[in-house]
Design a binder for this molecule. Structure first.
Ligand code: UDP
Length: 237
C-alpha cells in the first residue's frame, strides 16, 4: 500500500490517503509539543518508538476484545489504519493523581485511587481542549449517549489490559489519553496512538518518569526514557 496525497499534518503525525478510500497511512514524526503547542522540540527516535509501541499495544487490545483502527505496520514510522471520523473527545483515564488533575484539585502527584477515573476534554485547539462532561458532549452533538457508553466501556477495558501488561514490564501506568473514531458503518474503534506521548509511565519500583513529562518539565533523559520503556515492552510481548 502506497502513500497518496497528504490529508493532514498534526503535531506528531502525518496522515496520507491510499488507493483504498477506507484506509489511511499514519506516519510518526520525532516532533514533540506540549502545553497546547506552546513548547516545541524534537525527541530523536520517538516516531519509531511510538509507531511500534502503539501497534503492539493495539494488537494486544484487539485480542482482548477492543476494536482498533490498526491494520498493518508498513515500516519503522508508517502504519496502515482504518479511516475513521474522530470523535472530538480526549478520553482520559487515571489510576494515580498527576498532571492537570493534581493542579486542578491542589493535590500531590502519586495518590493511588481506589478506582480508576474517567474524564473528557473537548478536542479543540482554539479553546485549549477544555474539560467537558458527557451531557455537554451530547448537547454539542460530539457523540450520542450510546457512543459515549461504548467509549467508556472500551476505555476502562483498555485500562485493565494496559495495567496488567505494563506491570509485567515493571512499569506503572499512571494515566493516559485515548481517542476513538467511527467507521462508516458507525462502529466505534480505538484510534490515534498509545505511547509515552499519551501515557504517564513510571518505573514500578522507583516511580522514575519514563514518558513525555521528561520533555514537558525539562528533566533531561527524554530519549533514554522512551528507549527504556520500549525495551521493557519488547522483552515482554
Ligand atoms: N494527554 C495527552 N494529550 C493531551 C493531554 C493529555 O496525551 O493533549 C495525556 C497525558 O500524557 C497524560 C494524560 O493524558 O498521560 C493526562 O494528562 P493531564 O490531563 O494530566 O494533562 P497534562 O498534565 O499532560 O497537561
Amino acid at each position: 500500500m502506497e502513500k497518496r496525497e497528504q490529508l493532514y499534518e498534526g503535531k506528531a503525525k502525518k496522515v496520507f490517503k491510499t488507493d483504498d478510500d477506507q484506509l489511511l497511512i499514519v506516519s510518526y514524526k520525532d516532533d514533540a509539543t506540549a502545553f497546547n503547542g506552546l513548547k516545541k522540540g524534537t525527541i530523536v527516535g520517538k516516531g519509531v518508538i511510538n509507531n511500534k509501541m502503539s501497534n503492539m499495544l493495539m494488537q494486544r487490545l484487539e485480542k482482548e476484545g477492543v476494536p482498533t483502527h490498526f491494520v498493518k505496520e508498513l515500516s519503522d514510522r508508517d502504519t496502515l489504519v482504518k479511516r475513521v471520523s474522530i470523535v472530538p473527545l480526549e478520553v482520559i483515564i487515571r489510576n494515580i493523581s498527576a498532571g492537570s488533575f493534581s493542579k486542578r484539585y491542589g493535590v500531590e502527584e502519586g495518590i493511588v485511587f481506589d478506582q480508576p477515573t474517567i474524564e473528557f476534554s473537548y478536542k479543540n485547539d482554539e479553546l485549549g481542549d477544555p474539560l467537558i462532561n458527557d451531557y455537554h458532549a451530547v448537547a454539542l452533538k460530539l457523540a450520542t449517549w450510546e457512543e459515549i457508553e461504548t467509549i467508556k466501556k472500551y476505555a476502562f477495558k483498555v485500562n485493565e489490559v494496559l495495567k496488567a501488561f505494563w506491570k509485567e514490564c515493571r512499569v506503572t501506568i499512571v494515566d493516559f489519553k485515548l481517542e476513538f473514531g467511527k467507521l462508516d458503518n458507525g462502529t466505534i474503534v480505538l484510534a490515534d496512538e498509545i505511547s509515552p506521548d499519551t501515557c504517564r509511565l513510571w518505573d514500578i519500583d522507583t516511580n522514575e518518569k519514563l514518558d513525555k513529562d521528561r520533555f514537558r518539565r525539562d528533566m533531561g533523559g527524554v530519549e533514554d526514557a522512551y528507549a527504556e520503556v520500549m525495551k521493557r515492552l519488547t522483552e515482554h510481548i
